[in-house]
Design a protein around this ligand. Structure first.
Ligand code: 13P
Ligand code: 13P
Ligand code: MG
Ligand code: MG
Length: 367
């Protein structure tokens, strides 16, 4: 059976700052989704949060960019925002950047990752959700999972995986229209690395198996700053990965998160901090962070989902979380000094630009 997985995520308000959504908000968000299930609009759903972002995972047969599904998500977030306002939650409606819906949620603020495919006999997949960071946070882990046999032995052990993958890379600094390039592993991996090293400019939009043409991975590429024209919050990306068989194994996708690599987005969207793999429904704390990523693994059949396997809720990751905490404290010791704070062009807050412009006028040329 051909099904679509839609993950649509937004920050529509949070308790006590940018920490986590309230119980009342989560309950309100579930109501219209439950009704859609009853009415047969969707086959199944799961609602989770990561930091202050609520992610809706929905299965259906309406294909990608379905107006019905996008409208459902938009109405759900609008409805949730009302409760967020009633409760005085911080940043109520933060990611809803436009006033009205016109057929497609893309470009309105929420992050979206969707894939349509013929279900395999066994169909395992995973949903990643990250908070206090941007889409480029997945560049390194996805590169390692799909391209590096040191991380992914499947590239050596499976002749199908050894045929490599097709990457669609988006230039997220471009506004107005999509600027994309397609590159193939293994022959283009140096070019791929040359792009993916730049997390603020280039992001992976999708990866396809070269042996079957099947979609392996998709992720959201929303940059809120490009939509709003100013800082309104972090982009906080979601990704869907199909696992096993022609695709990397679950554990091959997860292994790179043991690095706790440094990403952009901590505190006011303006700092570099290590990415911490956390359990589902975990808030943030230290320095409005550190940036966090959760991952739920599911199996799906006929569009019906199993319960989630919460893959970072396992003793191995406790040690990694301790290491990431140490890395976070270490980089915070140098405060605003490069590279702990983002470079001028990437700084999300307008304030510092005004300060620099003001001082700029005081500069004199020495004879
Ligand atoms: P399969 O069950 O797909 O063969 O995977 C086995 C495995 O070793 C995964 O790491
Ligand atoms: P969110 O984008 O997750 O709301 O975080 C805003 C922020 O920068 C908090 O420091
Ligand atoms: Mg927020
Ligand atoms: Mg957030």
């Amino acid at each position: 059976m051909k099904i679509t997985l839609s993950v649509i995520k937004a920050d529509i308000g949070s308790i006590g700052g940018h920490i986590k959504p309230s119980e009342a908000l989560l309950e309100e968000v579930e109501r219209p989704i439950k009704t859609a299930l009853r009415n047969g609009k969707i086959i199944d759903y799961r609602i989770t949060y990561t930091g202050d972002d609520i992610a809706l995972l929905m299965t259906h047969t309406k294909g990608e960019v379905s107006e019905v599904i996008h409208q459902l998500a938009w109405n759900t977030f609008i409805r949730g925002t009302k409760v967020a306002k009633q409760q005085g939650l911080y940043g109520a409606g933060q990611d809803l950047l436009k006033d009205s819906f016109s057929g497609n949620i893309r470009g309105l603020g929420p992050a979206i990752a969707e894939m349509e495919f013929m279900e395999r006999e066994n169909e395992p997949f995973m949903v990643f959700a990250a908070d206090k960071t941007s889409p480029g946070a997945y560049n390194l882990p996805m590169y390692l999972a799909f391209c590096d046999p040191m991380n992914t032995p499947g590239l050596l052990l499976s002749t199908k995986m050894g045929k490599g993958y097709k990457f669609t890379i988006l230039d997220v600094s471009e506004t107005g229209h999509d600027r994309i390039v397609e590159l193939n592993s293994p022959e283009d991996i140096y070019e791929l690395a040359a792009l993916l090293r730049d997390n603020d400019k280039f992001c992976i939009e999708a990866v396809h198996s070269r042996v079957s043409g099947d979609v392996a991975m998709v992720q959201s590429t929303t940059r809120l700053r490009n939509i709003a024209g100013k800082y309104v919050g972090k982009d906080d990306p979601v990704a869907i990965c199909r696992v096993q068989k022609d695709f990397p194994a679950t554990g091959e996708f997860l292994a790179p998160y043991a690095i706790g690599h440094y990403v952009a987005g901590g505190m006011r969207g303006s700092h570099v901090c290590p990415l911490m793999p956390v359990k589902q429904n975990t808030g943030v704390s230290y320095f409005d962070g550190p940036p966090v990523v959760s991952c739920a693994a599911y199996s799906v059949h006929g569009g019906k989902l199993t319960e989630a396997a919460d893959v970072f809720d396992q003793p191995f990751w406790d040690e990694i979380r301790s290491q990431v905490s140490r890395k976070a404290v270490e980089i915070r010791r140098q405060g605003f000094s490069d590279p702990a704070m983002l470079p001028y062009d990437e700084l999300e807050y307008g304030g510092i630009k005004e300060v620099i412009e003001k001082i700029d006028k005081k500069f004199k040329k020495r004879k």
